[in-house]
Design a protein around this ligand. Structure first.
Ligand code: SAH
Ligand code: SF4
Ligand code: F3S
Length: 526
């Protein structure tokens, strides 16, 4: 809870920009909710706002550069209006700390992802006393494990449904941090040690979300299927146990979880997904590379053979209902043409629903940065990225053909514009610079730079305008297996579960039309 002493009657205008993964989206939701309770309102742009927050990501250099450029654009605004408060929160705040004040001296506060509850208080402090303030968590070697863990705990306070991009979908954090230490990855440093939240806390939060109208809950964790909590009485709770508990909550219709770690995709979890009808058979299990030698250099902790075994377990348990997606890093330290070819071959073999493909970006503070040369030329990374993307897109399109003529059950998410833009970016091969691409995509473990909470307001305005002008509205939704479906319909359908007949496949998107319930009953829903 906030420590702010602000007068709740006072109104401030907040502009917040969010990049990075779903963890960041959820963090922004929490911070906005907290500030709203202090009397803040959301502004659509920097000019109208008196408080500007950037929720940042450090996973690739590009993401950081974009934030520093956005900050650069505020230099003049701060000069003109010195009372405007500028804050940097999230992973880059934790990683760069005081360096941010050096690069952008007009920033007022820097707050790591484990200290977000301090934001209202720090803003008040700047308003009252001025000065620069930092609130970050302990580094991985800065003390006793218990203290480090505590300093990274997230505050996940009572939820505010009005602050979710879509009120009927909600993220629920079940795990904080990561202990896998893949050699390329900064996340264990920015989010701290892996901690499973208490199952009762998670359950209580899910009940609140269901009461607020959430139909789909997406459980979040960096290696979410490694979730484990051991109670004082030694009772152990794993993800499968949690899914069983959450499945009983009235109002929740779909349960998803991201991101999964290949080695922890056991039969217990897979049979749970098979047996519980609310659990989506959608599994995001990043492979990263199809070469054993590269996986070893990445310290991913599994071999290609073990990943194949996992795919076999998935196919055996869930059959063709399963939709598996992956992440890849191309051009990792020392990656040869032959090693890249192994990745291509494995993508052909595994036929992922979709893949997010990234060019390796060296991150100071990681083992790869310290010990392995970033020796694959940028041009080679770019070529490999595009090649793999094209292969994956072909596979996605081919496999989507099986939906032609079928009826799928879709949770209607909203107007389709953002998805169209995102999908086009994937097709154009531009997407690799973004952390993740499909905006508003609850199925993947990251988010693009395009995500801003205030898009909700823009969508609402656009919606109203379209209604007013009487134009047909193109809506978008998602199947249980996380495929995007676009169709025409009334805005009243947003937030509903609907049967949609698929008549065309366009890249990663299924085009469909709403069918009547009775007709749908005759066809098996996917
Ligand atoms: N916890 C998740 C993903 C976290 S980051 C997991 O383990 O899968 C999201 C994705 O960003 C990763 O899957 C990886 O593909 C990519 N990534 C992480 N560090 C990167 C780096 N240094 N350069 C390029 N891509 C990176
Ligand atoms: Fe990063 Fe994921 Fe590896 Fe953790 S498991 S270090 S978050 S890539
Ligand atoms: Fe942090 Fe998520 Fe980026 S954990 S580094 S915001 S991918």
């Amino acid at each position: 809870m906030s420590t702010s002493t602000a007068n709740p009657a006072a109104t401030h205008k907040l502009y917040i920009e969010t990049v990075g993964c779903q963890m960041n989206m959820l963090d922004s939701e929490m911070v906005v909710a907290d500030l709203r309770r202090q009397g803040y309102e959301l502004a659509d742009n920097v000019t109208d706002a008196d408080t500007i927050l950037f929720n940042t990501c450090s996973v690739r250099e590009q993401a950081e550069n974009k934030t520093y450029s956005a900050l650069g654009r505020l230099r003049q605004a701060k000069k003109d209006n010195p009372e405007k408060i500028i804050g940097v929160m999230g992973c880059m705040a934790q990683k760069d700390q005081k360096l941010i004040f050096k690069r952008a001296p007009y920033v007022d506060i820097v707050v790591g992802p484990g200290q977000l509850q301090q934001i209202p208080g720090l803003i008040d402090k700047v308003r009252a006393e001025g000065g620069k303030h930092t609130a970050v968590s302990l580094g991985r070697t800065d003390g006793k494990l218990m203290d480090i863990k505590r300093s990274h705990e997230t505050f996940d306070p009572l939820r505010d449904p009005t602050m979710r991009p879509t009120p009927f979908q909600a993220f629920l954090r079940i795990q904080i941090g990561c202990d896998k230490f893949c050699t390329y990855c900064i996340v264990p440093m920015t989010r701290g040690p892996e901690q499973g939240r208490h199952p009762q806390q998670i359950y209580d939060e899910a009940v609140i979300l269901a009461d607020q109208g959430a139909k789909e809950i997406i459980l979040l964790g960096q290696t979410v299927n490694s979730y484990r909590h051991v109670d004082k009485d030694k009772t152990e709770t794993r993800l499968a146990d949690l899914l069983h508990k959450l499945h009983d909550i009235n109002g929740i219709e779909r349960l998803k979880f991201v991101t999964s770690y290949p080695k922890d995709m056991g039969y217990d979890l897979l049979t749970t997904i098979r047996d519980l009808k609310k659990c989506s058979p959608y599994l995001h299990v990043p492979l990263q590379s199809g070469s054993d030698a590269v996986l070893k250099r990445m310290k991913r902790g599994y071999t290609v053979g073990e990943y194949r075994d996992m795919m076999a377990r998935i196919n055996e348990t869930l059959g063709d209902k399963a939709a598996v997606s992956s992440d890849f890093i191309v051009g990792f330290c020392g990656e040869t043409d032959a090693e890249f070819q192994e990745t291509v071959d494995l993508v052909e073999e595994c036929r992922f629903k979709n893949s997010f493909i990234f060019k390796y970006s060296e991150r100071p503070g990681t083992k790869a940065h310290d010990q392995l040369p970033d020796d694959v030329p940028f041009e080679v990374k770019r070529r490999r990225n595009n090649e793999l993307l094209q292969i994956q897109n072909r596979i996605s399109e081919e496999d989507n053909q099986k939906f032609l003529g079928r009826t799928v059950e879709v949770l209607v998410e909203g107007p389709s514009k953002r998805h169209d833009a995102a999908v086009n970016e994937i097709k154009d091969g531009k997407a690799e610079d973004l952390n993740r691409v499909v905006v508003g995509d609850p199925g993947a473990a990251g988010k693009s730079d395009l995500v801003q909470l205030d898009t909700t307001q823009q969508d609402a305005a656009r919606l109203q305008k379209q209604q007013f002008e009487g134009k047909p509205l193109q809506l978008t939704g998602r199947t249980h297996c996380d495929r995007i479906v676009v169709f025409d319909g009334s805005p009243r359908l947003i937030g509903q579960m609907l049967p949609i007949g698929v008549y065309e496949v366009c890249g990663l998107t299924l085009l469909g039309t709403a069918v009547s319930e009775s007709k749908a009953d005759l066809i098996s829903l996917v």
